[in-house]
Design a protein around this ligand. Structure first.
Ligand code: AMP
Length: 216
């Protein structure tokens, strides 16, 4: 099952992927995380990527392609994967076709104001990646992860002026992929305005309805 999670920054792709990976026993591969890992390792790719990421710009295709191909060589991807953050442009979508044929694309659809509010308060654990929010998902101890006691931080690129750039880039370069995958007949739209902690939230159920059909 080769699944792409598509959606604007802060659509919740990482959160949904972490639930879906437990349900379907598939690895979650996030292009942004691959780059952030390279930055942590301070390798040549990381050093080049950091400057661009901090300014809300896309990193060159060859960097993200090298990291992604290396990740897809690992054994745990044999049964498939939940991919997010790549492809992000029409050019990358064509490259993706050469690497692997996707079975389904889940497009998480949400209002621009919801995105801005989410990013403005998003804080993330440096160690386990758990996501909190300064006003809505408040950690028990300020600045500390409830799950693993790691330190919480705000992504540099979630700051308002950078976020605006990322959203513009998304609408210009990534949103056209919705039509690309619709034309291929593999796109499913998942309404994603509701917070995942809301008891009425059906995002994971909606995803499962789509993905279960692939198993049949
Ligand atoms: P994300 O965690 O998906 O929001 O990605 C964070 C940042 O990593 C983006 O704003 C880009 O700078 C960079 N990035 C992630 N995926 C890609 C990609 N497919 N191509 C180029 N840059 C990327």
């Amino acid at each position: 099952m080769k699944i792409l999670l598509l959606g604007a920054p802060s659509a919740g792709k990482g959160t949904y992927a972490s639930r879906l990976k437990e349900i379907y026993n598939l690895p979650h591969i996030s292009a942004g995380d691959l780059l952030r890992d390279a930055i942590k390792e301070k390798n040549e790719f990381g050093l080049q990527a950091k400057e661009l990421m901090d300014h809300g710009k896309l990193v060159p295709n060859e960097i993200i392609l090298k990291l992604l191909k290396k990740r897809l060589e690992k054994k745990d991807t044999q049964k498939g994967f939940l991919l997010d953050g790549f492809p992000r442009t029409s050019e990358q979508a064509k490259m993706m076709q050469e690497i692997s044929e996707l079975d389904k694309v889940l497009n998480f659809d949400l209002d621009k104001q919801v995105i801005i509010d989410r990013c403005a308060g998003r804080i993330i654990c440096k160690d386990c990646g758990e996501i909190f929010h300064l006003k809505k998902i408040i950690p028990k101890v300020a600045g500390i992860c409830d799950k693993c006691q790691g330190e919480l931080y705000q992504r540099d690129d979630d700051k308002p002026e950078i976020l605006e750039k990322r959203l513009n880039l998304y609408h210009k370069q990534t949103a056209p992929l919705i039509q690309f995958y619709k034309d291929k007949g593999i796109l499913e739209v998942i309404p994603a305005d509701v917070d995942i902690r809301d008891p009425n939230c059906r995002i994971i159920e909606d995803c499962c309805e789509v993905l279960d059909k692939l198993k049949e």
